[in-house]
Design a binder for this molecule. Structure first.
Ligand SMILES: O=C(O)CCC(=O)C(=O)O
Ligand SMILES: [Fe+2]
Length: 336
């Protein structure tokens, strides 16, 4: 299918083979964000669409111009990842930290990943690159550093739009920025290998088990090999058809808690089919450990939206999740 045929009025269709459920995932074009003409109106309208998509589906596709993220940078990043994952296993294993998910892992035979905290800081990207390429690889370092910095800016931009989408009073927006946008930044690089032939049938082979993200907001990019699936609110799993060059924005649990459960933390997984390797990368933002996650009073309404979560610190929630690995951790830990 050609891209133009897949996109209809900025809306993507994905369907499940055994059923007629059609889910329309919006594809939002952020290209004019840096254009001053009519910016305020554009932002208002886009903020509402972002909020709506995050409430309805818990994810949306995003395309943007080179001012937000240059296409060449994204291509270089994916090419650089191939080079990185092709390094010898013992070199990749050198990336080990004590932070949760902050190391190289190849737990499943089908997938490997690197987790790097704070790669938007040049020094961190330099240290990581020097560990992987002791003779240097300045182009990878620069690419990794700018890609994570650009994705981080975009991540914060979307978080601000979500708040604007709720028309929260200005003073509250500053408080929320403090709560949600001043914490850790996590960059994850993933490779999924081609599944074996006998497992390479209809259902595909598990690349990443079903989960919700436990941070605030995630932005993903992939090479053009599909595999990411989401569970709809009615419980169906559908394979996403991500438009070429689009990013996937995913609502995570902490943002769901902040919004009093209005924003949907979508369950997703990766299933590998076909004969091509899949590369993906994700920029995850999360609050500071000590940040207190508290629902804004404006998002509580006794009749339609009674308070669902008590205040909690992000660090305590993550500790609880890591110790239980319970996919219902948010409700078990902070649900009322
Ligand atoms: O590889 C992907 O597209 C999904 C990755 C993902 O969901 C995650 O790292 O949390
Ligand atoms: Fe995820």
């Amino acid at each position: 299918m050609r891209e133009e045929e897949k996109i209809n009025n900025g809306v993507m269709k994905s369907s499940d083979d055994d059923d007629d459920e059609v889910v329309m995932i919006p594809c939002l074009d952020f290209s004019f964000y840096n254009n001053n003409n009519g910016l305020e109106n554009w932002k208002k309208m886009m903020s509402k669409k972002v909020r709506e998509a995050c409430e309805r589906h818990g994810l949306f596709y995003l395309v943007c111009d080179d001012q937000i993220i240059p296409k060449g940078l994204r291509e270089n990043m994916i090419m650089g990842m191939k080079e990185l994952f092709d390094l010898p296993e013992e070199t990749k294993m050198k990336h080990q930290t004590t932070k949760a998910y902050g190391s190289y892992t190849s737990e499943s035979p089908l997938s490997q990943s690197f987790g790097v905290y704070d790669s938007h800081l040049l020094q961190v990207s330099q240290e990581f690159t020097n560990l992987m390429w002791p003779n240097g690889n300045s182009s990878f370092c620069e690419t990794m550093n700018s890609m994570s910095a650009k994705l981080l800016e975009l991540n914060y931009m979307i978080l601000k739009m979500i708040q604007e989408g709720y028309d929260l009073p200005k003073h509250y927006i500053w408080e929320t920025e403090d709560m949600l946008m001043k914490g850790a930044v996590y960059f994850r690089l993933m490779r999924y290998k081609v599944p074996s032939k006998e497992n390479n049938k209809e259902a595909g082979e598990n690349g990443l088990v079903a989960h919700t993200d436990k941070n605030t907001l995630t932005i993903l990019a992939q090479n053009d090999v599909e595999g990411l699936e989401m569970q709809t609110k009615s419980g169906k799993w559908i394979q996403l058809e991500i438009p070429h060059n689009a990013y996937v924005v995913i609502v995570a649990e902490t943002l769901k808690a902040w919004s009093n459960g209005r924003l949907h933390a979508v369950n997703h997984r990766v299933k590998m089919k076909g004969d091509k390797e899949r590369y993906s990368l994700g920029l995850f933002t999360m609050p500071k450990e000590e940040a207190k996650i508290e629902v804004p009073p404006e998002l509580v309404d006794g009749n339609t939206h009674p308070l669902r979560y008590k205040p909690f610190t992000h660090g305590d929630f993550i500790k609880y999740f890591v110790s239980t690995l319970d996919e219902n951790a948010l409700d078990a830990f902070a649900g009322l």
